[in-house]
Design a protein around this ligand. Sequence first.
Ligand code: NAD
Ligand code: DAU
Length: 408
Amino acid sequence: MDYIYDDLPKQYSKAVKSSSKVLNSGRNSLFPARIRFLYPFIRHYTNLLFNFAAVNFIMHTILITGGAGFIGSNLVRLFVARYPHYTLVNLDKLTYAGNLENLKDIENAPNYHFVKGDITDMELLRNLFARYQFTGILHCAAESHVDRSITDPLAFVTTNVLGTATLLQVAKENWQGKFEDKIFYHISTDEVYGSLGETGLFTEKTGYDPRSPYSASKASSDHLVRAFYHTYQLPVKLSNCSNNYGPYHFPEKLIPLCIHNIFHNKPLPVYGEGLNVRDWLYVEDHVRAIDLIFHKGRIGETYNIGGHNEWTNIALVKELCRQMDEKLGRAAGTSAQLICFVKDRAGHDLRYAIDATKLKTELGWEPSLQFEEGLSRTIDWYLNNKEWLAHVTSGDYQQYYNQQYHKR
Ligand code: NAD
Ligand code: DAU
């Protein structure tokens, strides 16, 4: 946590300095010669105490949108635990992807509140701003699945574009140019950069070239966020992250879908020849990066976040099969027999890979987990949370699954 000490408000930094002065000036009287050797330790711990008090006086009230989804719930959990002095309001529409079961363990935390609602609802947003006087926004809410964007692009335009614009507009109205200590943090994706060939990496300077309705809607929302910064000086920060995996990932996405299917001995649908490449990052590393950027990143800046961890889909699915055979006590090679190659995704981007040098150099962030270990933890989480998986794969999920995969 020590990096947030640099964010101390000026008055508390002064208090820390003056505490040292008091100790200094009174050194002889406060510390008789026989215990003077303790002075550096006492000064160190007094300063720490002041620092701790000062950190606790940064009283952010943060609106987290989409906090019941995959990344959102991991982010809410981190902030609830790490910042007991903040007020955290989770606004989520609870679409098929939003699930309050993802937040069961923290639902009664005193610094956490849940509101069911839609980010396109301007009146609701105005009421929430009036009630909570937000100083920060962590904007995760989105329609997030590429395959769904191919079947229903307008849902993506509505939430991702109109929803983001509505949130920006209400933040601007409420903050009225008083931007000190305010942050509008927009969480975005590497897909806005388009598709890479066999080599190269996306940097923050790579031009936008979105190719699916999902990535086009996210690109559009990124442009709006930057437009509000340049036009109105709204204090924005953005990050563009590569593919996440980990606990609470909805099983429409490749990794949790395969874990679910392997467990139930169902076919593993690999699009095309399985040679598309993704750069995978454990979700807890992503939310750690978001925390760092929220508190320490520069206003108006974009940070790429990625795992330096490229895998072809087929190699990844085989690794999942290998680990699950071991964990389920199946003979090696059993689950891999479930792999079947199916019709490719329309406009399927070949390769994503992130250059996260800026985040490392400026803020010292690096991924913490090797992929094999992250996958192992993820599989264990799903095997230990079979009830969660059973709930999210009942009802509408079955209909979605049949529509997507039945005739593929
Ligand atoms: P998700 O689909 O799991 O969750 C989205 C959440 O937003 C859900 O809780 C849903 O109920 C909520 N939501 C949807 N429409 C809403 C609306 N109109 N109003 C209020 N809430 C609404 O998504 P995710 O994978 O957690 O992604 C979160 C964000 O991170 C998205 O902006 C996504 O573009 C971005 N992102 C995701 C990944 C990834 O690999 N999953 C990678 C990079 C960036
Ligand atoms: O790169 C970041 C993006 O990663 C996020 O912005 C998106 O919200 C997130 O969904 C993810 O997009 P992808 O399309 O890369 O993720 P998905 O898990 O859907 O697919 C990963 C790869 O696996 C992709 O090449 C398509 C392939 N795939 C996917 C599914 C669901 C299959 O081969 N079979 C499948 O059944």
